[in-house]
Ligand binder design. Sequence first.
Ligand code: F6P
Length: 364
Amino acid sequence: PVKIAVLTSGGDAQGMNAIVRAVIRTALHEGARPFAIREGWKGAVEGGDLIREMSWGDVSTILHRGGTIIGTARSDRFREREGMRAAAKNLVSLGIDRIVSIGGDGTLTGTNELKLQWSSLLAELVELGEIDQETADRHPTLRIAGVVGSIDNDLVGTDMTVGADSALHRIIDAVDAISSTAESHRRSFVIEVMGRHCGYLALMSAIAGGCDYVFVPEMPPADGWEDDMCRVLRAGRKAGRRDSIIIVAEGATDRRGERITSERVAQALEAGLGEEARVTLLGHVQRGGPPSAYDRWMPTLLGYTATLELLRSDGEPVIIGTRRNRLVRLPLMQAVEDTRAVKTYTAEGDYRRAVESRGSSYAE
Ligand code: F6P
């Protein structure tokens, strides 16, 4: 039977377990033999116990658990030719030439790199006497399918990355909790949320939490934002609002590219309103805990579809994502390159283009 491996790499995200479970069980259902590569690409490079065949029962009772039960890591060795060769050897020796790769754009790029170099890596291994020609001939190509696991919702082409919905729920729980104490004291709170270069979590939590002001990387505020923010907050107070909440994306900057940190926002509030503001950094709480219902059923569909893709398709590298509530196949490198372009436009200050190019989720 065909052998399929699944791995999770880079930062974890709620819902990764649902993908892993779907891949293992779909493979078994289709008569294939599923393997888990543990600890991300590090597991592929080191091999041995880190690449293990999986059974139906191995993925029982994981659907509701946060994180990834097969572990994740960042591997520097995998970026080097020698590490990639070791990974190719470990995989091909077990007869594995199909991989469902779960992670962010870095993980997916690395997976594609392995695919591109696969046949030359195998040729090298034959030359070095580490595998025989017959083994190499049996696995002429590496087939890959990606599913984006990241709380940031930063991949162009798919409306939601796995984990973003759960992280948003986690943030909203915190906003609700903070707003009650803020209301009691008539205080202003600054809440910093994750998202790296992407403002999705910040913008959506600001809307869903009924917050007063938000800073996102894609739309740096014009100079004088401090005054504008204080004006908005003052107007809210005048209208009877007792709590003020400002959401700051961790990647937010001003027009000069300087970071708008939550401390900077708090200082501006104190200077402009003459009252103390409190800062809360939500940190990794956003990435932990059980996945939302969406982050269980959607990743299940994605994992199922990615596995079928590896069993039935023509071998083009794809990402399985969602668009307008439908599952879609995206050309893997195109999606990754489009995502990089958004970061470049943002860094260059071409914010309109950055937002337009995001082309998914909230930009439309
Ligand atoms: O990409 C996911 C993410 O949680 C980002 O939102 C955040 O900037 C980063 O990872 C944190 O990385 P680490 O877990 O390595 O501190």
